[in-house]
Design a protein around this ligand. Sequence first.
Ligand code: TRP
Length: 337
Amino acid sequence: MAEFTKRVFSGIQPSGGLTLGNYLGAIKRFVDMQEADFETIYCMVDLHAITTWQDPSDLARNTRELCAGFIASGIDPEKSILFNQSQVPEHTQLAWIFNTVARMGWLNRMTQFKDKAGKNRENASVGLFAYPALMAADILIYHATHVPVGEDQKQHLELTRDIAMKFNHDYGEEFFPITEPVIEGAATRVMSLRDGSKKMSKSDASDMSRINMTDDADAIAQKIRKARTDPDALPSEVDGLEERPEARNLINIYAALADMDVDNVLRDVGGKQFSEFKPMLADLAVAKLSPISTEMARLMEAPDEIDRILARGAQSAREVAAPILKRTYEIVGMVGA
Ligand code: TRP
């Protein structure tokens, strides 16, 4: 196996507001990897977002808000490459090659397509079907070796590995790395504040079900105060959280925000009632999140600053991507300079 630089790539769709789930499940981990021994590339995948309808002005606002969220959370554009996908045309150029590598049968098995297309598959966009080939291109155009994602993206990463292997095999060269997924653990999966069995989602009808990264201190505290719980006191050990999804979710959120193990949190709060624990959680959440929402608000008032950062990021990304695309074209037999 050829040697590849340790390089992280991940992407988030700018298809709605940012929630605490995006922050704890993805962005906070992206920051950790930025501080570790990796080159890091983070992308707002606007081309993926439009595989389902996006109002153009919402898409633009969501892209800038996501960028502001990344920066306010600690992604440093001097340390990580931060950009939006559409500005680096090498992604779609490689995606076309991968459309010819991926098999219909592989894409037909993708559960995200089945879920998103729903019953009316005939009416789903071709882009929604081809989505995973573009995702493979996002990753492989940088020869990324590690991809942090949520559990729901595991199948897409397996497909990325299948595409890399088939390409390498068909063209007889170990050109693309076989990417390692870095899957988010249960501890960082943030559930709805209204229903501990459902993922916290920007599309849930109830705003009380989620903490938005743009919520101010009062909103954060109120949502935690009103979060659904059960009548029992908190357990002292993890086993005691089984069958108590709401309690587990609030404990997980506390642990993730405090950078503590769940065991250690329970050692401190075991035996307490929610009436005592919720204010502790609210204080912690406000302390950690309100500086982020304040900085996001500042950046959203300075869209030129955001656009400059994105433009610089796209330029740096192209410097990595262009030689890899050029070599891919050569391997495939495309004639050119
Ligand atoms: N499909 C991912 C999601 O919906 C977003 C994404 C697009 C992505 N391209 C990627 C994630 C490349 C990791 C790597 O969450």
